[in-house]
Design a binder for this molecule. Structure first.
Ligand code: FAD
Length: 483
């Protein structure tokens, strides 16, 4: 990057821009530890410069410089993704969104709030709760995930079953487009706000969001259903997801995951042997009464047991997935968008795979619509053991392949999931996404190298063969993985 560019950016942001290598290196990774020798051939991850704008005007000026000088520009907020979504792939400018925080006006007549894109979901909920209000949904990474980051991802999590995907709650978003202009996108502007959902920072940088919120629920009610087998649990889940009065949250765990909860002090020993589905309702007294009745009906129809005495504790630990690495040193896994009517078949195959490979697999998931769940199957890994870790990456592909048998696709793409693009999108859908990118960012400067196309080493034939060879190498030598 030229001294002139650095000088121009410094004039806009002063101390909130840096080229200090000590600071820049922290942005070279996300939550997934990937060995450098795998990263280096595929991505130039060290940003040349970090900028921390405090408003849209500052960001717009920076983007205009990037466009003029053809410098790649990548956004990063909480950095709570794992597929290098917010890691530079071609050096350039990295925009740290953590200065774009805070709440603006709350309109109580429409129940809408204006919020800075870098505000975390936990902080937003805390501030709203003090005023008798609440968000409609949030990710299970809410303590670190930001409003803009979740919108730029798929935007499904707790609350989605009842209130829909995040984009349905977004009335408008202020965005710095790849040409540097500041625009207010709504559902009826020529560039609709829906284009941002799942765009992973490749179509524009979100600075503010106008969000639908709700009065804080009067009361909450927590139920826990227990099953001896996955088929009965699926039956319960399908019925619960179809209820008129939907639970705010519906999530499930297999025995492997429940055993982990117990080991980490976040669950009871008896649940380690069973499948569990947590059913969390909130609202008025009448709504709660209807939801609790729905829970009981679904439970009897599916032949489960009522262990609701455990439900409040499970709710307290609803962010437990942020703590799973405690048993570490690390975790590998596949996060899938799975049809709920195939859940039992998926869990059956995962159980057979576990019997064969003895990886200590654990699976949990959130039901986020009446048809789909976000499902995570994972196992412990140790990135310090190179061969074991590489073999572990190959096993992650096996988990994805098991999911694909039942119509599942990866949840989130970034860099590492580009190999599976054909599972996420049909040819027509992908062509449309590429067309949007070409229209808004013809020079491919905004978060380049992600989402639309796999780099050579990750292109499906290379990737498949490479991963299959690695997985097969376990027949001769098994690298150390912790269970
Ligand atoms: C334990 C755990 C639980 C999780 N649970 C969920 C869940 O329930 N639901 C879910 O969807 N995801 C989940 N995730 C994934 C991730 O936390 C979320 O997608 C989160 O919303 C990302 O927000 P972030 O602020 O960390 O974004 P980052 O990770 O910083 O960025 C994510 C992507 O968005 C882009 N981006 C960030 N901010 C902006 C912005 N202001 N404008 C434009 N682009 C931007 C980045 O360039 C990147 O491509 C989970 C992750 C973990 C580790």
């Amino acid at each position: 990057m030229s001294a002139k560019v650095w000088q121009e950016i410094k004039e806009i942001l002063g101390e909130r821009a840096t080229t200090d290598v000590f600071e820049r290196q922290f942005y070279q990774r996300d939550l997934a530890p990937v060995p450098e020798f795998l990263v280096d051939p595929m991505a130039k991850t060290l940003p040349d410069i970090i900028v921390r704008p405090c408003n849209a005007a500052e960001l717009s000026d920076v983007v205009k410089i990037a466009v003029k000088e053809k410098i790649p520009i990548t956004g990063r907020a909480g950095g709570s993704t794992v597929y290098f979504n917010s890691v530079c792939s071609q050096n350039g400018i990295l925009v740290d969104f953590n200065g774009l925080t805070g709440l603006g006006k709350i309109d109580r007549s429409t129940n809408r709030v204006r919020v800075g894109a870098g505000t975390t979901w936990a902080e937003l909920e805390r501030v709203l709760n003090r005023q008798g209000l609440a968000v409609c949904s949030y990710p299970s990474s809410a303590p670190s995930a930001t409003v803009g980051g979740w919108l730029a991802m798929m935007g499904y999590g707790l609350g989605s079953l009842k209130y829909g995907a995040l984009v349905e709650q977004v009335a408008a978003a202020q965005v710095v487009l790849p040409d540097g202009s500041i625009q207010e996108l709504t559902h009826s502007t020529p560039i609709p706000v829906s284009w941002l959902a799942g765009s992973e920072g490749t179509l524009g940088l979100i600075t503010e969001v106008e969000l639908q919120i709700r009065p804080i629920p009067e009361i909450q009610w927590h139920g826990m259903a227990v099953f001896q087998d996955a088929a009965a649990m699926q039956h319960f889940i399908e019925q619960a997801a179809a209820l008129e009065e939907k639970p705010f949250n519906l999530h499930f765990s297999d025995p492997g995951c429940n055993a982990l909860r117990y080991r980490l002090g976040m669950g009871s020993e008896p649940t380690s042997a069973v499948y569990t589905a947590a059913f969390d309702a909130d609202g008025t007294k009448d709504e709660i009464a209807e939801a609790a009745e729905g829970f009981s009906n679904c439970l009897s129809a599916a032949g489960g047991e009522d262990w609701s005495q455990e439900a409040a504790e499970e709710w307290e630990h609803r962010f437990f997935s942020l703590l799973l690495k405690r048993e570490g040193p690390s975790l590998l896994g596949a996060e899938l968008w799975l049809p709920i009517n195939k859940l039992a078949l998926y869990l059956r195959d995962i159980s057979s795979y576990e019997n064969k490979e003895k990886l200590g697999l654990k699976t949990y998931g959130h039901v986020v619509s009446s048809s789909h769940a976000m499902v995570m199957t994972m196992f412990n890994a140790d990135e310090r053991n190179t061969i074991g870790y590489l073999q572990g990456l190959a096993l992650v592909k096996k988990l994805h392949d098991i999911g694909a048998r039942y119509g599942a696709a990866p949840y989130g793409i970034g860099l590492w999931n580009t190999s599976y693009l054909q599972r996420n999108y049909t040819k027509t859908q992908l062509a449309e996404l590429k067309q949007r990118k070409k229209q808004l960012d013809p020079n491919d400067l905004m978060n380049p190298g992600k989402l639309y196309q796999a780099p050579l080493f990750l292109s499906p034939p290379f990737f498949s063969i490479g991963m299959d060879i690695l997985a097969a190498s376990r027949l001769f030598y098994r690298g150390r993985n912790l269970i």
